[in-house]
Design a protein around this ligand. Structure first.
Ligand code: UD1
Length: 418
């Protein structure tokens, strides 16, 4: 078990480069299955989630070369159509591989995905969409077998703009006969990045970034090089940590357009923010002001930043309110924050946070990926030494977090333990 040991109370200062996006890398790595050729990807974060996805691709017969953030995937000789169960359990987005394998081979077998325990996280929208594309689905003993002679384009209306389901439909439809139209599609920037990558290969995906996406089937895709977009959630996390520690930081390699609601809420909380082409400078106020947040699908406030924002608001001057509308179980980190002196009450989707002047150090446990990042923020603001255990969750999604924070003046050490 790995832990972070944090000595809080240091203001973060300096500049830091944001890594490539985790949530864009995963479907884009999956898309490399489709061209049956070589794809060179740049700016891929070296984190547990990308490592697991690449491990699955290798087991399915892809050849992979890695050189820090550059990855070459050769899917020419890939034959595997079954995603190994133990790796499927490691993270939810392995389900994205199903759409890509189906698109290429018209057959895939997988089991229900695992991942962070932040709610029930069903995959009904993925499966019902596959059915609409003419794919037969059989479920037996926890395994899902999908097969068809050909994928046939169709109109699909999603009951909820699910990010994963939108990506899976796109991946499965690239070689379909005819046109697939997704209405009430998710509009996240990571979907635009996936569409841009596929279009560079020669696919025809139109409307990504809006709620109506049209995929016209093509016959062949070509080898390409593609650079992954910056991670907006890592950027948001670093902005909140700077704000909470009273710091002054410049983020490099960041797309401010992807962070509009986050920047607005930080400004409302009293932060001074300067935006230029690929950089954001944030200067924290002496004391943060309380704000109200409601998580929504993009372009609303992202659920993935609810936790770090929640942790930041525990030391604002006044009462903040958060409403979590996307996942039903995303407040576990609050139990840990209470150990550090946070004053929070939770009822259903709503958390009411009464700001305290300072948090105190404690031994806490990371409950999930973003909840773990929230605890890092809390530890960095608290007085004394905080130990965060189970940081494997955090390492799934943040590349070199402790190195980046140390460079900005934080005292944070990764400790290997039993
Ligand atoms: C993606 C992101 C995750 C982010 C989430 C919401 C990746 C790898 N992960 O996850 O970081 O928190 O979007 O922005 O990109 N739902 C169903 N049935 C389904 C699918 C989803 O009911 O078949 C529900 C989920 O339980 C959840 C909501 O829809 O309540 C949003 O899920 P979805 O948008 O699919 O999130 P993910 O793609 O899993």
């Amino acid at each position: 078990m790995k832990s972070y040991i944090i000595e809080g109370g240091k203001k973060l200062e300096g500049d830091v480069k944001v890594s490539g996006s985790k949530n864009a890398s995963l479907p884009i790595i999956a898309s490399c299955i489709l061209n049956g050729n070589i794809t060179k990807l740049y700016n891929v974060p070296n984190i547990r989630d990308t490592q697991i996805t690449l491990k699955i691709l290798r087991l399915l017969g892809c050849k992979i070369k890695k050189n820090s953030g550059k990855i070459e995937i050769n899917s020419k000789n890939m034959t595997g159509k079954e995603i190994p169960e133990e790796l499927m359990r490691e993270m939810r987005s392995t389900v994205i591989l199903a759409g890509a394998i189906l698109g290429r081979f018209k057959e895939v077998t997988f089991s229900y995905p695992g991942g962070c325990d932040i709610g029930s996280r069903p995959i009904d929208l993925h499966l019902s969409s596959f059915k609409k594309l003419g794919i037969q689905i059989e479920e037996e003993s926890g395994f899902i077998h999908c097969i068809c002679d050909k994928i046939i384009g169709n109109d699909i209306n999603l009951d909820f703009p699910s990010v994963g389901a939108t990506e899976n439909i796109i991946l499965a439809s690239v070689y379909a006969e005819g046109t697939t139209t997704i209405t009430n599609a998710a509009m996240e920037p990571e979907i635009v990045d996936l569409a841009n990558c596929l279009n560079k290969m020669g696919a025809k995906v139109e409307g990504a970034g809006t709620n109506e996406i049209k995929i016209t089937g093509v016959k062949k895709l070509k080898p390409i090089s593609y650079g992954i977009m910056p991670d907006r959630i890592e950027a948001g996390t670093l902005l909140c940590i700077t704000a909470a520690t009273g710091g002054n930081v410049k983020l490099l390699n960041v797309c401010s357009e992807h962070l509009v609601p986050v920047i607005h809420k930080l400004q409302e909380a009293g932060c001074n923010i300067t935006i230029s082409k690929n950089d954001i400078i944030i200067k924290a106020p002496r004391r943060l002001k309380p704000v109200e947040i409601k998580t929504m699908p993009y372009p609303g406030f992202p659920t993935d930043l609810q936790q770090v924002f929640g942790a930041m608001l525990t030391i604002a001057k006044g009462t903040s309110v958060i409403v979590e509308n996307i996942f039903e179980n995303r407040y576990k980190y609050m139990t840990e924050l209470k150990r550090m002196g946070a004053k929070v009450t939770i009822e259903g989707k709503t958390a009411v946070i009464k700001g305290v002047k300072k948090l105190s150090c404690a031994s806490v446990q990371s409950p999930d990926l973003r909840g773990g990042a929230a605890l890092v923020l809390a530890g960095l603001t608290a007085k004394g030494k905080t130990k965060i255990s189970h940081i494997e969750y955090i390492l799934r999604g943040y590349e070199k977090l402790e190195e980046k924070l140390t460079k900005l003046g934080a005292s944070i050490v990764l400790e290997e333990g039993e």
